[in-house]
Each structure stands twice: as C-alpha cells, then as structure tokens.
Design a protein around this ligand. Structure first.
Ligand SMILES: [Fe+2]
Length: 251
C-alpha cells in the first residue's frame, strides 16, 4: 500500500500507556529546560534540552534527537519497515509540543526524511493533511510554492502514527484551536544505495546526539541531485537559529 500511495496509517504503533508516559516526560522536559534557561543554568546556545527557535514554528518547544525518542526511532524501525515494505536506515527523531494558534505550513521535508512519520503522544486532537500527488508543491530558489490542494485529512489517536514520503508529499496542519498537542516525528532513509548508510543517524556519529554533532549530511537540491554538505555549508543553511533562540528565551 505504501509503495502506491506513499503513505500509510499505523494504528497503535505504541501503546496508549507508553504514549501517555512519553507525553508527560516531554512536557516535564520543556518545563525543566525553561527553568534552566531562565536561571542561566544553560547556555543560550545549548540544544540538548530542546529549543524554541525552530524556523517552522518559532516560539514552540522542539527537541531534536532526544535520547528516549531516538531509542524509539530504532525500536519502531522494523514496524515502519513492515508497513512501508521498505528496508530503512534510522536518521533522527524530532518532537514538538504544539500550542494554541500554531500552524504547520505546507512543505516538503529534507533528504533525511524519505520516510517521515508522526506519532501522536497526546493532548488535544489535531489532524495532519497530506497531499498524495507528489507533483503538487515545488521548491526552488525563490522558496516553496503550493497549489493549495485539499489533501487527505488524517486523524491520529495517542499511540497512532502515519508514515509518509516526506520528501515528495506536501504535508501541513491547519491552525490549532486546542491548548496542547505532543507529536514526535521519526525519520528514515531507504537503504537502496550505499550512500544512504553514510547518511545514517542524519550524519551524527550515533543516536541521541544533538544536531550540531553533524559533520556531513546529504541534501537533495531542487534539481533532484543529492549532494554531501559539510559542517560549514550546513551552518550557512541554518541561518540565524541562535539569534532566534536568544530572542525566544527573553520573551
Ligand atoms: Fe515535514
């Protein structure tokens, strides 16, 4: 089914109890991070306790490569492989605690997200939309262009996940009317080429490490070519992340 439709819903990927535990864990982690940043316990450049400067939704708490979520990334790989029919390589986990008014704009993901998944940890219900036609939505040097198609609405209960081809399929969430919604994304590459193994763990030496441990990473450019970028080139792509972090902490 995944090979024809490019997405698949996996009900009860983890138990409701496990989802609830991880939701509470993640909310407490946000509180701990907030206190430590406020008391100057952490440097504003620290990323290992999460950040509020993600360019997609600035001001909303996100966590790249959390140790618990990266463990789950590894644990769920066989299940996601089974449902997609693809041999997969772990890339990274990314989690977000959405708040009222948040909106996930229509977009396509970067190369490390050939198979993206989002798993509902808990909070208020909030559907994700996926456009199944990969020709819709294009990215070039002037930015991302959408045709604003209707897409398919996918509703997930805590513990459910949807796996989709994040590089090819446009996906988004409409403005959120609830109070809080915890989602964790697990990203995988297919293991068709030797190159994908070099991109394992999103270019990090092993799981659980922050994004800035990356030395090299594969990127897919608008012309479809996949190129390896080094740390300096990646830094340029990361624009003013640190400035946003300092501003978010002060607000
Ligand atoms: Fe995405």
């Amino acid at each position: 089914m995944f090979k024809e439709k490019n997405y698949v819903v996996i009900k009860n990927a983890i138990s409701k109890d496990k989802a609830d535990f991880l939701f509470r864990y993640f909310k407490l982690k946000r509180e701990v991070a907030k206190t430590m940043f406020a008391k100057n316990w952490l440097s504003p450049y620290a990323t290992e306790w999460g950040q509020w400067n993600c360019p997609q939704i600035p001001g909303t708490y996100v966590m790249y490569g959390d140790v618990a979520f990266d463990c789950l990334l590894e644990e769920l790989r066989p299940l996601v492989s089974k449902h997609t029919g693809l041999d997969l390589v772990e890339q990274y986990s990314f989690a977000r605690l959405y708040k009222k008014g948040d909106e996930l704009k229509r977009h396509k993901d970067r190369y490390s997200c050939e198979v993206s998944t989002t798993l509902n940890l808990g909070g208020d219900p909030w559907p994700i939309f996926i456009e199944p036609d990969p020709t819709k939505g294009t990215k070039d040097s002037s930015g991302y262009k959408s045709e604003y198609t209707k897409g398919i609405q996918i509703d997930l209960e805590p513990g459910d996940m949807v796996a989709y081809n994040g590089v090819d399929l446009e996906h988004w969430r409409e403005p959120f009317n609830g109070e809080i919604c915890g989602q964790v994304f697990f990203h995988y590459n297919t293991s068709d080429h030797a190159q994908e193994h070099e991109n394992k763990y999103d270019g990090r030496p092993h799981l659980g490490l922050p994004d800035n441990f990356v030395n090299k990473r594969l990127y897919k450019f608008p012309d479809g070519k996949v190129k390896e970028l080094d740390k300096e080139q990646l830094k340029k792509i990361r624009h003013d992340d640190y400035q946003r972090q300092i501003k978010a902490i002060k607000e």
